[in-house]
Design a binder for this molecule. Structure first.
Ligand SMILES: Cc1ncc(COP(=O)(O)O)c(C=O)c1O
Length: 396
């Protein structure tokens, strides 16, 4: 049978990142490749306790179909948390989603027709690029520096593409670079969205995981005109396996999101929603997040120390104040895949930069994750990586 796939399906049968992550799952390999939170901090007992209570108190409701908007209990939890990001919204502006990944997909479904222009950061989260590509978007990337997307370059992109419909940004501890958009640029972006009339999808999965520096308000908090849609998730502050996130948008849009969600999955898992709401009722989330940030800071510091100790002096690296990633650029490396293949053979893994770019690729770039490996693994793995870089640079 020759299957006739839709144009949404990638033409290529290869999945280099998937292959890499499968290879890196080998326990002999020290993997800085994935984007996994530290599982030893999952509050297993507290989640189990919350689950037991949910089954006792409302087992039948928790196992029944639910509303596509989400359970009122969890929506209330989200509404209470929005103040942390300076967002003023009430429950009618919130919908619970199956992770923030679903919000990216539903946003594509809601706004994008074939050929619509979407502006993204260069580089950006590869699963968002996959979503926008699947909706046939014309992707335009805008360069970043340590303060996030460059606003002069964005204005140039908007002048070249006044038809831009959507801009996707991860303003805090970005995936893959770990960089954070400055306060001035957040304000400017909200103004530009109103001026050029495009939607901003502000994806903030990592913002709560800040271990240094001063917290910054969300871009959404500067939105006077309904141009900014905000999404975040329980994946990094609680557990990704629960698959729960949320979207904050004007009421009219939340109603549209609910229609789109109905055809995607009817609603997010009701049982998980009750368990998470109960977890929040029973526990102090801030002290739990403090444990996560303390551990990630320790691991980030170790990784930065190891870069200084083991990598050539020409290497540049980002300095994340939170989140899970460091972005590396090695001048002189033209084939990052070759370095990656060599590293896998030597039992260490990272994600090469290529898949994070939608157009021109910056060679010699790659992403390192520090949240998921122990201090010993970080030291040994970074030493191996440093030796591999030296070898590939010498051999060419
Ligand atoms: C930038 C970004 N957005 C969205 C997601 C999806 O997260 P989830 O669907 O678990 O909320 C991730 C996952 O790592 C991410 O890095």
């Amino acid at each position: 049978m020759k299957y006739q796939y839709s144009t949404k399906v990638p033409v290529s049968n290869t999945d280099p990142v998937g292959d890499l992550l499968r290879a890196a799952a080998n326990p002999d390999i020290i993997s800085f490749a994935g984007g996994l939170p530290a599982p030893e901090l999952f509050p297993v007992e507290q989640v189990q306790e919350a689950a037991n209570q949910v089954f006792q108190e409302k087992g039948m409701t928790a196992l029944q179909y639910g509303s596509s908007k989400g359970t009122p209990e969890l929506i209330k939890v989200v509404a209470d948390r929005l103040a942390i990001d300076g967002i003023q919204a009430d429950t009618e502006h919130i919908m619970i989603s199956t992770g923030s990944q679903q919000v990216i997909d539903l946003t594509g479904k809601l706004f994008l027709n074939e050929g619509d222009t979407v502006i993204v950061e260069k580089p950006t989260y590869l699963c968002a690029l996959d979503v926008f590509k699947s909706y046939g978007a014309n992707l335009v990337s805008v360069e970043m520096d340590e303060d996030g997307m460059k606003m002069d370059q964005l204005e140039k992109a908007l002048t070249d593409h006044p038809e831009t419909k959507l801009l996707y940004t991860i303003p805090s501890f970005q995936n893959p670079t770990g960089r954070t958009m400055s306060l001035e640029r957040r304000k400017k972006l909200a103004l530009l969205a109103a001026e050029y009339d495009f939607i901003v999808l502000e994806d903030n999965p990592y913002g709560a995981v800040r271990f240094e520096g001063t917290p910054l308000p969300a871009i959404k908090s500067f939105d006077q005109t309904g141009h900014v849609i905000y999404t975040s998730t329980f994946s990094k502050i609680l557990a990704p396996g629960l698959r729960l996130g949320w979207v904050v948008a004007p009421k009219e849009l939340i109603e549209k999101y609910m229609v789109m969600k109905q055809s995607a999955d009817l609603h997010s898992d009701v049982l998980s929603q009750y368990i998470v709401a109960k977890f929040f009722e029973n526990n102090d989330i801030e002290s739990h997040v403090a444990k996560i940030t303390a551990l990630y800071k320790e691991r980030k510091d170790l990784m930065v120390d190891a870069i200084v100790k083991y990598f050539p002096k020409t290497v540049t690296y980002s300095r994340p104040e939170g989140g899970m990633f460091i972005w590396i650029e090695v001048p002189g490396i033209t084939d990052t895949q070759k370095l990656s293949d060599y590293c896998i053979k030597n039992d260490v893994a990272f994600v090469p930069g290529e898949p994070f770019y939608c157009d021109e690729i910056v060679p010699g770039t790659f992403r390192l994750n520090y949240s998921n490996m122990s201090p010993e693994q970080i030291d040994i793995g970074m030493k191996r990586l440093g030796e591999a870089i030296e070898k590939i640079l010498t051999e060419g």
